[in-house]
Design a protein around this ligand. Structure first.
Ligand SMILES: *Cc1c(COP(=O)(O)O)cnc(C)c1O
Length: 350
């Protein structure tokens, strides 16, 4: 299928003259910098933060490109994945006119961000075993369907979508296909970043919030064609990633072996927790997980959820979510945390 990114783009964004920051014109490191109204004396903190950060995060993107097997020009960095989601709506979806396709049960921000931007949502449910329905998705789409959001591994169901279904949709869907891989580090599935050169309508999202343990820093990644990344860069706030975040993550990437060890530890704990939950007579089902959480079906989940809070164990109640009746979403914790959960569950369910 031929794909023309410009025909999807909102016309005023195509014409937009972006903000040019003081550091766009001179990129040298040496000089007397009197261009950005910064404080020349330093900061009130021990570490200096008085200079504006690199708006395009070039050093950080160089390193991310190496570990992800993409080119730096194919990377967008956002203040969390949530910023990338919002920018996609603002770039491509005309309020009151265009629509997006969401596949419930799935991550809540796609819907909230659509509502903030006054964009119509068309929902095509997953099957009862949480797989995509490609023909129904295509039947729901029309010329105003700008984005299809696929979350794989999916939150809250924890499973991965079939690769051939995503590839089929990449070939047939008329708009952008976003594959949200927030949990890919916990799966044996290869990333869709390997398909970027084949599909100009593909955008892959990943995050530093989960496997890397950096949720508080707020750093999300989007990988796509250079053309699409240029659009996101054009409309983002100029200094959307703080200097502290850029520096901290740059240092963290040098110690990637530590992340790999943490992932192995989480996978081992997932195995432990899953096994122990399945031994409990009142647990009806633990769904197979490719993520760092388990979706667990327990009778009277609402009551169990509230009783667990009394025991100071906080899980996510998904009982009211489509296809998730009586389900709790439980993040894999440390061994001590998992044992505390199991003990509390046995107490409140006995
Ligand atoms: C946690 C999560 C994210 C991460 O969002 P950030 O804004 O990067 O913290 C993205 N997508 C899904 C499906 C998630 O569950």
């Amino acid at each position: 299928m031929s794909f023309d990114l410009n025909s999807l783009l909102r016309p005023h964004i195509a014409k937009l003259q972006p903000y040019t920051s003081a550091r766009d014109e001179y990129t040298g490191k040496e000089g007397v910098f009197l261009d950005a109204n910064e404080n020349p004396f330093g900061s009130i903190t021990e570490q200096d933060f008085n200079r504006y950060p690199d708006p395009y995060q070039s050093a950080l993107k160089e390193e991310i490109a190496k570990i992800k097997g993409v080119r730096p020009s194919q990377i967008f960095l956002g203040n969390g994945s949530d910023e990338a989601i919002d920018l996609l709506y603002r770039a491509f979806c005309n309020p009151g006119k265009d629509n997006v396709i969401l596949l419930p049960p799935t991550y809540g921000m796609y819907e909230v961000s659509a509502n903030i931007n006054d964009v119509e949502i068309r929902k095509v449910a997953l099957t009862p075993d949480f797989q995509l329905q490609p023909e129904k998705i295509l039947a729901a789409a029309d010329a105003n369907s700008k984005i299809l959001f696929i979350c794989s591994p999916n939150n809250p169901s924890a499973n991965k979508a079939k690769r051939e279904d995503i590839l089929y949709l990449l070939e047939k869907f008329p708009g952008l296909v976003v594959v949200d891989e927030a949990y890919i580090d916990f799966s044996d599935e290869p990333s869709f970043t390997t398909e970027l050169d084949r599909f100009p309508n593909l955008l892959v999202m990943q995050t530093f919030s989960k496997a890397w343990g950096l949720a508080s820093l707020r750093l999300g990644m989007a990988f796509a064609s250079e053309e699409l990344i240029r659009i996101l860069n054009k409309i983002k706030p100029p200094y959307n990633i703080s200097g502290l975040t850029q520096e901290t993550v740059l240092a963290a990437i040098k110690d990637k072996a530590k992340v790999d060890r943490m992932i192995q530890d989480i996978l081992a704990e997932r195995e432990f927790l899953n096994g122990e939950l399945e031994k409990l007579p009142f647990v009806q089902k633990t769904h197979p997980s490719h993520a760092n959480f388990l979706l667990v079906q327990i009778p009277n989940a609402n009551q169990v959820y509230n009783d667990l809070i009394e025991e100071k164990i906080i899980v996510r109640n998904r009982a009211k979510v489509l296809l998730c009746a009586d389900c709790l979403r439980i993040t894999v914790g440390t061994r001590e945390e998992n044992e505390a959960l199991l003990k509390a569950l046995s107490k409140v369910c006995s």
